[in-house]
Design a protein. Sequence first.
Length: 502
Amino acid sequence: MMWILVISDLPATLFKGSEYSVVRRAELPPDTTIHLHTMSFSRTYVCAPKDTYLWMVTDRYDLVHDIDGNGLVDIPFTAADESDSWGGGWPGYAYVAFQTTPGNFSCQEVSNQHNTPYGISVGDFNGDGRVDLVFSSARDNAAYTLRNDGGWSFTEQMIGSGGGFPNHMAVRNVDAGPGAEVLYTDENGYLYQYSYTSATRTTVNTQCVEGLAVEDLNGDGHQDVICGTGNLANIGKVIYQIRLGSSWSSVRNVTTTYRYYHGVRAADLNADDRVDVASCEGSTVYVWYNNGGFYPTFTERAYSTGSSAGTGECEVTIADLDCDGDGDIIWSKGYPSGTPSIVVLVNDGSSPYPNFTPYALESGSYTVYGVAVGLINDDNKADIVAGLNNGLYIYYNTSPVIDSLCDPLGESDELVVSERPVKPIPEVSNFRIEGRMVILSLTAPSERIEYSLYTSNGSLVAEGTTSGRTLRIEVPHSGAYFLRVRYDRGHRDIFSRAFVVR
């Protein structure tokens, strides 16, 4: 499907310069449909406001938000040019792709010009119900907030300067009190915390360099911090600190193995009600499964993306893309060398440690510095947003799933699996193939079993409803298939499996 890009006049703002961003088509692939695993995505071009890069570096699973209050989801990002009159600087802006009508976007500058705008995040900082923005400007050695004044108008405020090359941002009300807090890392090894209640900035530690996540690791109701301690010029590890009321614990290790870790995320990936940690080193994704405790220990598992990107910069994010109740991992590489550029690692739900199978979402060789996920259109399936070189693209999730069963980003549009009132844990005693007959046996009878059978390219083969303990489906011929079953045993259970019939 081809979307038409509409550019509307920019409302009055506090910013000087061009009336609106120059929006042009990037020299990149055309809009297209992408099939992988049992999922499909429709890649759609949005805009290319600068010549060199467009970044989606964020901690938030719900970065995409209705920012201008028109009922449609918008997309914040940063973009800049590497070659300009700034004598080697990277002049650019924080942007928002405002969705003016369903599927149509207008990409607008919402900040003053800065040198190398980098990470970006969102939150309601002053409690007025509007979504504000915060971003880092790496070569300015500063961080800024953009207070949402309504419409497309923002007021910029510096919240911290000094340090060196601030990058990853996180926005959380980490002390469960009034007012938001911003945390951000810089490449001199500082983790800063800015409080909107006191309008002060403090130093949390002097070890965080690249990657940042803020989640409750030990289940005590306080949100903790996790970060990486190295970058391409300095090997590092992944560490965490527990929030102790209004203070922080000492630094503790998620892993003691030194690598070039970059992006960091935290979510419950194995459905045990404990928040796990994910990061990447080049083309390898690492997950550290939380073993529990007030100061948790972790068990490491490594997963290959199959990319030839090597050990360069990378970012990860997490969402339930295939609507089977667990978190899948989306990986992107930062540099233009190597393929593929974006990989979806599909969680198979195995316990205690899932297997993740990689599928190339973007097979070309592009600079893809970070990805975000969100519910951009009117279905309930998680879409993916990324910058390919200098162009903003949306990968609309068109997978053949029953989207009424999806909770792709978890409660409050954020993937916090441990907070879900219902965990879709399958109770299956046996799945087997006998000739062309597929047989699924439950541990106990179910009054209602809903099933859908698809070919590997997403075509529906059969669907229906039955009851009892055993589901039998005959496939028409040999080939690869995907089965999805929902059954109600007093709570929602989902079973999904890809398989081959010889």
